[in-house]
Write a new protein. Structure first.
Lengths: 341, 341
DNA sequence: CTGAAAGCGCTTACAG
DNA sequence: CTGAAAGCGCTTACAG
C-alpha cells in the first residue's frame, strides 16, 4: 500500500494525495474529503523513509536523551512530549547511552529526520565544541549550560548546579554537621576550565559552601567518585565511611547515588539520619518514596521542560539568537537529615 | 556528502561503493581498500532513509520496548543489546508508551526498517491477535506468553507468572500470614479467557496459592488494582489497609508498586516487616537497595534476554517454527517478610 | 486547484 | 569483479 494506490483509488494524482497528507492548503475540499476517506478506509500510512528522503524542512521536534535510565530525564521528557504534542508538533525521541556522542546523533538526525529543532536532555560540552557547528537547526540543551560556547543556534535551560550543590552543603552545615563526605561523578580530567562537566560544577559549588562557612573539606579523602547508579553510590559511601569514620553526613550528587549510599549505611549497621545524615540531588519521584524520605536539591522538571520547548519553538519560528536560562532549584527537606548538637 | 561523492573521489561507480559499504564479498581487494580509505577520510555515513527505502531484507534486529520507564525491561534490554552486538548485528530500539500498540509499531518497523527479526519487550495479546498477521519476519515476545496464539513466526520467552504469584502467596502463608492483601494492575475486563493480561495471570496464581492452603481470599476486598508505579502502589496499599485493618502482609505484583506500598505503610505509622510484611515481583535492581530490602519474585533478566536473542537469531536463519520457553523465576528473600507466631 | 515529472540517496538485478 | 540503469515511495518545483 503506497501513495500510488491511494491516488488510483481516489482518482487523483499522487501529488495531490501528498498535499492532502501533509496538510497543504491549496487543495479543494472535494479532493481533500475524497482522499482522506480513502486513506481512512485503507488504513494507509506513508513511508517515513521516503518522506524524509525528499522532504526539505520537516515539522517535527527531535529529542535526544542521554541515558534511557536517567529518571530525571524521564520526568522532563514526559512533560516535553505533552507540550510538543499540544503545540501541534510531532516528537521523535532518540535514546542514547550515557557515553554515546549526542552531537554525532544530532548530525545524523538533522540529515535524516530533518527536524524543525532539537532538544538535548543532557550533553557534554566537548562533543558540542567539536561537532556542533554542522547542525544548523535551532537546538536547546536542557539541564546543562551552553552559554560559554556561543553557538547562535544553541540555547540552554539549566539549573545553577554550583549553587545547588553549595546549598546542599550549607544546609548540612546549618544542621550542625562539620564532617561531610561528598559522592560525585567521575571528573573530566582532560577538559579545560570552561568545559566543566556537571560533577565538576557541583564539586565547585561544594567547595564554595565549605569555604564560606569555614568548614574543612579535604577533597582527597572526603570526596569519592562513582558512577551515577545505586551500586556506584553504595560503594562510594562505603569507601568514604571506611576512610573517614568521623563523618556525620553525606552529600550525593544524584538521588540514585544517595539511594545506594542509604543502603550502604544500613549495611554497616548505621541508621539514616540518626547516625549519618544524607542529602541527594535531582528530586526524582523515587526520592519521595524512600524510607526515610530523601532530602534533596530538586531540579524543576516541569519548568525545565516547558522553557526548553518554548524557547525551541520560538527559535524555530525565527525568534532571534540563543538564550540561556537558569531555572531555580528547590531544596526539598525530607527525613534523611538530622540536626546535630 | 553522498555515496556519489565517494564514488567520484575513489574512481569507482556508486554500485561498487554500495557493495563495499554493505560488506558484499564480490569486490576486489583494491577497490575495497581504496573506497574504505575515502570513506574514512571523509567521515561519510550513508543515509539510512535511502538505504531502507530500497533494501530488501535488512540485517538489523529491532527491539520494541513497551514502557521506557519499566526497569525490568531496562535490565533485559541492556543484556539484549550486548548479545545482539556480539552476534555481529545492529540493534534498533523503539520505545513505546505502555498503552501504545506495539504491533502497529512492529508493522511500521518491518516496512521501514526491514529488520531481520523483532524482539518485543512486553506486549498485549489482543494487539497481536488483531494485527500481527501482517508482520512477516521472525519475532520473539519476551516476558509474555504467546503460545495460545499460534503464529508460526512468533515465539516467546517468559516466566510462569501464575506460578510466580502462587509462590509469593505460598511463601507468605508459610511465614504464618493468614490475612494477605494483593495489589495488582488493572484487569482487562473485555478480554476473553485466553487473552489474559499479566495481572490476570498473576491474580489467577494468587487464587491458586490461597486455595491450596485453604486460606481465605476475598477478592472484592483483599485485591486492589493500580497503575504499575510508585504512586499506584502507595494508594492501593492505603486502600487495602483502610478496608482490611487485619492484614498482616501485602503482595504487590511489581517491585515498583511494592516500593510505593512500603512508603504508604510507613506513613501510616506502621513498620515493614514488623507490622506488615511485603512481597514484590520482578526482582529489579532497586529491590535490593530498599530499606528494608524487598523480598520478591525475580524474573531472570539475563536468561530472558539470552534465550530471546538466541531464539530470534535461530529463527532468522531459517530455524523451524515458533518455540515457547518458560524461564524459571527465583524467589529472592529480602528483609521485608517476617515470620508471624 | 491539479497533474506530470524530476529527484532525494541509496540498493540491486542485469550485463559484460 | 565492475558499471550503467532502474526503482524504492515519497515531495516539490513547474506548468497549466
Amino acid at each position: 500500500m503506497t501513495i500510488k494506490d491511494i491516488a488510483q483509488r481516489s482518482g487523483y494524482a499522487v501529488g495531490t494525495v501528498s498535499r492532502v497528507l501533509n496538510g497543504h492548503p491549496d487543495v479543494s475540499d472535494a479532493a481533500r474529503a475524497k482522499i482522506l476517506s480513502v486513506v481512512a478506509d485503507t488504513g494507509f500510512q506513508p513511508n517515513d523513509n521516503a518522506r524524509h528522503l525528499k522532504q526539505r524542512g520537516g515539522s517535527g521536534i527531535a529529542v535526544i536523551v542521554k541515558g534511557a535510565r536517567n529518571l530525571l530525564f524521564a520526568g522532563i521528557l514526559e512533560e516535553m512530549q505533552s507540550l510538543i504534542k499540544s503545540a501541534g508538533r510531532a516528537a521523535a525521541v532518540y535514546y542514547l547511552d550515557e557515553d554515546d556522542d549526542e552531537v554525532e546523533q544530532a548530525v545524523r538526525v538533522s540529515r535524516e529526520f530533518k527536524p524543525l529543532g532539537i532538544l538535548f536532555l543532557g550533553g557534554n560540552q566537548k562533543n558540542f565544541e567539536e561537532r556542533f557547528k554542522s547542525v544548523k537547526c535551532p537546538c536547546v540543551l536542557v539541564t546543562t549550560r551552553a552559554d560559554t560556547m556561543d553557538f547562535k543556534n544553541l540555547s540552554s535551560v539549566s539549573t545553577d548546579d554550583a549553587e545547588g550543590a553549595a546549598q546542599a552543603i550549607r544546609s548540612l552545615i546549618a544542621a550542625g554537621h562539620r564532617h561531610i563526605g561528598v559522592i560525585g561523578g567521575h571528573l573530566c580530567t582532560d577538559c579545560g576550565p570552561g568545559a566543566a562537566n556537571t560533577s565538576q560544577t557541583r564539586l565547585f559549588g561544594c567547595r564554595r559552601g565549605f569555604m564560606e562557612a569555614e568548614v574543612a573539606f579535604d577533597e582527597t579523602v572526603q570526596f569519592e567518585a562513582a558512577r551515577f547508579s545505586m551500586p556506584g553510590g553504595y560503594e562510594a559511601a562505603n569507601a568514604l565511611l571506611d576512610r573517614c569514620p568521623d563523618l556525620t553526613a553525606l552529600f550525593a550528587m544524584s538521588d540514585v547515588m544517595a539511594i545506594g549510599a542509604m543502603r550502604a549505611i544500613h549495611d554497616r549497621g548505621l541508621r539514616v539520619p540518626e547516625d549519618i545524615s544524607l542529602m541527594g540531588y535531582d528530586g526524582i519521584e523515587q526520592a519521595g518514596y524512600c524510607v526515610p524520605r530523601l532530602s534533596t536539591i530538586r531540579q524543576r522538571a516541569p519548568q525545565l521542560a516547558r522553557r526548553g520547548v518554548e524557547i525551541l519553538l520560538r527559535q524555530a519560528s525565527g525568534g532571534g539568537g540563543a538564550v540561556h536560562e537558569i531555572i531555580p532549584f528547590q531544596l526539598v527537606p525530607g527525613e534523611s537529615v538530622r540536626e546535630v548538637k
